[in-house]
Structure formats: structure tokens, C-alpha cells
Design a protein around this ligand. Structure first.
Ligand SMILES: Nc1ncnc2c1ncn2[C@@H]1O[C@H](COP(=O)(O)OP(=O)(O)OP(=O)(O)O)[C@@H](O)[C@H]1O
Length: 594
């Protein structure tokens, strides 16, 4: 049955592009060369029965049966048995070897892609959505997996069969061969049509499957809204429609294949009938032997089968080269935030200077920051405040070099962050995000994300440093407690404490914090505040502040308004100024619980 690979018009590569991609893939697969050669050897062995069988049959009939020579018959049978055994071994080994080679290739490709994606800066993730990247690593890999698991093998064995069967046929009887090949043009025309129709049919199936998947996902995640607004009936009706479309698409694809396979079978039988008819006539007049007619009939089917297989492979190959091209495209992206040759380590401490900084997000045209100048002394605490969307978080990201500014410079201790080694950069400047991401594993594993070589003592020291050790030791397994999926075992406050403890473990000179907006219970809130206080004590701190208490504790406050630094000074100075900050502080004070 048809394997079911397809490629859309926009993804399809032209011949030159496909050649380039395949050449690059061959270079990439160099380590698998020996395994590939061994596979070729086994494929040849495996196909040998198909070619040698009819020859032995001819010998057995003509020399053994027709002449009553038992010795010749036994010889033919004996050799046939040996050939079958050898082919059997070849057939088993070819699968093992092709999978070792192919899956080995995919494994190294996956590793390279994974490592490459991890090295990318945030701008890369703005350009490439997570879903697309995941599908590169899964669906595109899968389409190649199909090729390396059976596609290549079939391709090689079909090619070998086609060439050798044709040679042997012509040697046995060129007249009968040409007669048998009369149906070939029809098979080729049918095959080309099948290639086109099956590609379209499979694309349709894939699209409908995607539609069904997203409908199911949407209905499960949005089930509360659906139930609350009593939309179950309507949703069911909508689902019935797309489900019916999926059914139709599947049926259409089945019709396309049955039509084609039926046609090929018909032409095969027609060719056999022609050869038997003409062969019988030639044999009766003594121009060919009976054995030759039988041999030709048998070998002819080995000629049609490869054409059929190659037609299916054509789509698989096109889908795979399209997938490969997309993966190479990712491998060719140079990380935006990279370490250049001759990068230097950042000093242990120093002033943090934002100098004439402007920034525009990738794939957008409006700058979100312009002409920002801000110098932060070593150990100073700065609070960034301003309306939502003003650019505070963006500024914080630039200070930590999660992005490079499109204008101006950010320097630490006089060194432009672009000239710093990435290791020293990530040690000196640490970002504590609003919602720290927790990975599946224990609390200790999650702390070690910040410093994989940290000992148990280091972990305890870091927790002590911010005064939260007792909180984590209360857990049933202490630091060995599993956080479960995305930290669902921990409360929002505890997750924040993990983020702060990670930062404490690195012990950086500069902290960049995006203060969480979610409110916590008073006990945890106090603990988080205390941890925050201890962590930021003596360190240069830039905090995107959402609470008046945090702002009041800052040495200076920077007000960001529409991408510009509108005001800068102490709380008292800015209240005195009676500008944006004064209004903001008044609003905050008014909303505080009494
Ligand atoms: N990854 C991104 N790609 C494109 N635009 C972005 C991206 N992140 C933020 N922006 C845009 O940049 C502007 C500034 O966003 P930023 O998050 O810096 O604001 P903010 O002041 O921190 O706001 P908030 O207080 O709501 O977090 C906004 O208009 C936002 O839509």
C-alpha cells in the first residue's frame, strides 16, 4: 500500500535545490558511509533470488525436465536453495544496516539541531514560533525517518532489480522482452498521474487531520467556556462537519491508490498474456525454449514492481528533501547573541552603562526603545516603572544581553556586552524572570539549572543566603522533592523562591528582575520580599517594579514612557517633580489596602 508522503507546492524544491540539499546531506552522513556500503552489499544479496531464480528455473526446465537429466534438475534446485538462504540473510541484514545508518544520521542531525536551537538568542524565538520548531524536530524528522527506514532501501533495491532484470531479460530473449515491455508506456503514464494525485490526496488528508487535531485541542482546553455558554451542541455539529471532511479525504486517497494499483496489475497481466501467447507460438516453432518463456514471464513482473515502488518513493524523497532543506535553514542561522572571536571576560564588578540605546523587535518596524541613557553605579538599585507596553521589560532584556540593542551600547565595567565572553556575561549578569520556568525533576535539579556543578552544600548555602532554606526543607523529601510537571507541586510563591535561589547560586554582580505581578498569601509574600532584599543587597539591581514597596526601596527610579526615559531620580525627587511618577505613586498609594 502507498506510504503516504506528500509535499506542498510551496515546499517543493526545484532540481538544483534538491541536488544541493542531498549533497549536503551526503557530507553530513559521512560517518555512516561504511554502514551504507555494507547495506548496499546486503541489498544486492537480497535481490539476487529475484534475478537468479528465473535463470535457474529456465535451466531446470530446459536442461533437466525437457532432456530428462535429473542431475541438471538437482543442480538447479540445489543452487536455488543456496541462493534463497543467502538472500534471506541479506534481506534481514539490509534492514538492520540501513536503519543503523539512517537512524544514526537522524540522531546526529537531531542533536545538531537541538544544540543549535539552544544557542539562539531570543530574537530567533521571536522569528520562529515554538510550534514550528517542534514540528521541525518531530514531523520533519518523521518524514525523513520514513525515507531512511525503508525508502532508501527500496530505492536501491528497485534500481538494482530494474537494471539487472532488464539485462537478464534481453539476454534470455530480446523479442519476448520487447513484447512484454509494450505495456510499459501505459504504466509510466499511470504512474505519473498517481504521483500527482496521491500527493494531492495525502496533502488533503494531512490538512484535515491538522484541522481535527486543533478542533479537539481547542474544545478540550476551552471546555469550561463552552459549557458555561451552553455551546456543546453547536461545537459537536461543527466537529461533525470537519470529521466528515477527514473521512472523505481518507476515502479519496484510498480510491486514488486502488485505481492505480488496479491499473498496474491489469497491465502486468496483459504483458504476461502477451509473452505467454507469443512465447508459446515461438516455442512451438522451436525459436525459444519453454524454460525461456517461463523465465521471461517471471522476470517481467520484477520489472514492473520497481517502477511502482519508485513512483511511491518519488513523493517520499521530495517530502524528505523539503524537510532537510528546512532543517539546514535553521542550522545556517547564526545566533544573534553570539560570542565573537577575541571576546574578553567581563570584570568582577563595575558600572553598568546604557548609552544611546534604541531597539526594534525583529519582524517589526516601530522602535520600542529610543535614545535611552542610564548609568547605574556598582551596587545601586534601580526600579523601572511606567505604563504597560512602555518598554521596561525590553530595557531589562537589553541590559542582560538577551537581545543586542539595535542602536547604542550597553557596557559593564567599560566593556561592551557584545565584546564579552558569554560565560562571564551569564555569571556577572543574571535575569530573574517573572515566572521562573521549572523543569520536570527535583527542587535540587531545578536549582542546579543555574549552576550544574553546584554541590549539595552550595545549594544549601544559596538557600541560606536568601533565608529560604527552612521553607524547602519542610517538603516531604526536602530538596529531593519532585516538582512535578512545570512545578505544579509548588505554589506560585515557592516557584518565585526557586528563581531567586537560582540567582543566589550564581552570585552575580548584577541582577535583572522582572517583578511578579501575581499576589501571594501574606506569609509567602513576606518570605519572597525578604529573599529579594537579601539577594539584591550589595548587588547592582534593575527591577521592573510593579509594587510601590519595591519602588520605595530603590535608590533611584527610572520612568519609561513610550520607549523613552522620561524621568530619573529618587522617590522624593520624582514626587517633587510632580510628573508621571508622582501620578503613578499617587495611584498606587490610593489602591493600597488600608
Ligand atoms: N518579542 C516581541 N516581539 C515584538 N514586539 C514585542 C515583543 N515583546 C514586546 N514587544 C512589544 O514591545 C513593546 C514594549 O514591551 P515591554 O514588554 O518591554 O513593555 P513593558 O513596559 O515591560 O510592559 P509590561 O509592564 O506590560 O510588561 C510593547 O508594545 C510590546 O508589544
Amino acid at each position: 500500500m502507498w506510504g503516504g508522503s506528500a509535499v506542498s507546492e510551496e515546499d517543493r524544491l526545484d532540481a538544483d535545490e534538491a541536488k544541493q540539499v542531498l549533497r549536503r546531506a551526503a557530507r553530513f552522513a559521512k560517518p555512516q558511509r561504511k554502514l551504507a556500503l555494507a547495506t548496499l552489499g546486503f541489498v544486492t544479496l537480497a535481490t539476487s533470488t529475484t534475478i537468479i531464480g528465473p535463470l535457474l528455473l529456465r535451466y531446470g526446465i530446459d536442461e533437466g525436465i525437457a532432456k530428462g537429466d535429473r542431475g541438471a534438475l538437482n543442480l538447479a534446485i540445489g543452487i536455488y536453495i543456496v541462493v534463497v538462504i543467502v538472500a534471506l540473510i541479506g534481506s534481514r541484514q539490509q534492514y538492520i544496516f540501513v536503519n543503523r545508518a539512517g537512524e544514526g544520521f537522524l540522531r546526529s542531525l537531531r542533536l545538531r539541531l537541538f544544540a543549535h536551537i539552544q544557542r539562539q538568542g531570543l530574537a530567533f524565538f521571536d522569528r520562529n514560533k515554538a510550534g514550528v520548531l517542534v514540528s521541525r524536530m518531530t514531523a520533519d524528522m518523521e518524514s525523513m525517518s520514513e525515507l531512511v527506514q525503508w525508502g532508501l532501501l527500496q530505492f536501491v533495491s528497485a534500481a538494482i532489480l530494474l537494471v539487472f532484470a532488464l539485462i537478464v531479460l534481453l539476454i534470455m530473449s530480446w523479442e519476448l522482452t520487447l513484447l512484454g515491455l509494450l505495456v510499459m508506456p501505459f504504466i509510466i503514464v499511470a504512474t505519473r498521474r498517481f504521483q500527482r494525485d496521491s500527493n494531492e490526496a495525502y496533502l488533503e488528508v494531512r490538512e484535515r487531520v491538522g484541522e481535527n487535531l486543533s478542533a479537539i485541542q481547542e474544545n478540550i482546553t476551552g471546555v469550561r467556556v463552552i459549557q458555561a455558554s451552553v455551546r456543546e451542541g453547536e461545537q459537536r455539529r461543527r466537529f461533525a462537519v470537519i470529521n466528515r471532511q477527514l473521512y472523505d479525504a481518507h476515502l479519496h486517497s484510498v480510491k486514488v491508490s486502488t485505481w492505480y494499483f488496479g491499473a498496474v496489475e491489469f497491465f502486468g497481466v496483459l504483458a504476461t498474456a502477451i509473452v505467454i501467447g507469443a512465447g508459446g507460438w515461438l516455442a512451438s516453432s522451436g525459436q525459444v525454449s519453454t524454460g525461456t518463456v517461463v523465465g521471461v514471464v517471471l522476470l517481467l513482473s520484477s520489472l514492473f514492481e520497481p517502477v511502482q515502488q519508485l513512483s511511491q518513493l518519488y513523493n517520499t524523497l521530495q517530502a524528505s528533501t523539503a524537510s532537510l532543506a528546512k532543517m539546514f535553514q535553521i542550522l545556517d542561522t547564526t545566533p544573534d547573541v553570539d560570542e565573537h572571536h577575541g571576546a574578553v571576560d567581563l570584570p568582577e564588578s563595575g558600572e553598568l552603562a546604557v548609552d544611546g540605546v534604541g531597539f526594534t523587535y525583529p519582524r517589526t518596524s516601530t522602535p520600542v526603545l529610543a535614545d535611552v541613557d542610564l548609568t547605574i553605579a556598582s551596587g545601586e538599585r534601580i526600579a523601572l516603572v511606567g505604563p504597560t507596553g512602555a518598554g521596561k521589560s525590553t530595557l531589562a532584556k537589553l541590559v542582560a544581553r538577551l537581545y543586542d540593542p539595535t542602536e547604542g551600547h550597553v557596557r559593564f565595567g567599560g566593556v561592551d556586552l557584545r565584546d564579552a565572553t558569554l560565560a562571564s556575561l551569564r555569571n556577572r549578569i543574571v535575569v530573574v524572570p517573572q515566572e521562573g520556568f521549572l523543569f520536570d525533576g527535583t527542587i535540587a535539579d531545578n536549582l542546579r539549572i543555574a549552576r550544574p556543578d553546584a554541590t549539595d552544600d552550595d545549594l544549601v548555602r544559596a538557600l541560606d543566603a536568601i533565608g529560604v532554606r527552612a521553607r524547602f526543607e519542610e517538603f516531604p523529601d526536602g530538596l529531593a522533592t519532585e516538582v512535578r510537571e512545570r512545578g505544579s507541586r509548588l505554589s506560585a510563591g515557592e516557584r518565585q523562591l526557586v528563581s531567586l535561589a537560582r540567582a543566589a547560586l550564581v552570585d552575580p554582580a548584577v541582577l535583572v528582575l522582572d517583578e511578579a505581578t501575581s499576589s501571594l498569601d501574606p506569609g509567602t509574600e513576606a518570605l519572597v520580599e525578604q529573599a529579594f532584599e537579601r539577594l539584591t543587597d550589595g548587588r547592582t539591581t534593575i527591577v521592573v517594579a510593579h509594587r510601590l514597596s519595591t519602588v520605595q526601596r530603590a535608590d533611584r527610579i527610572a520612568v519609561v514612557e513610550r520607549g523613552r526615559l522620561a524621568e530619573l531620580g529618587t522617590h522624593a525627587e520624582l514626587v517633587e517633580l510632580d510628573g508621571h511618577y508622582a501620578r503613578l505613586a499617587a495611584a498606587w498609594t490610593a489602591s493600597q489596602p488600608v
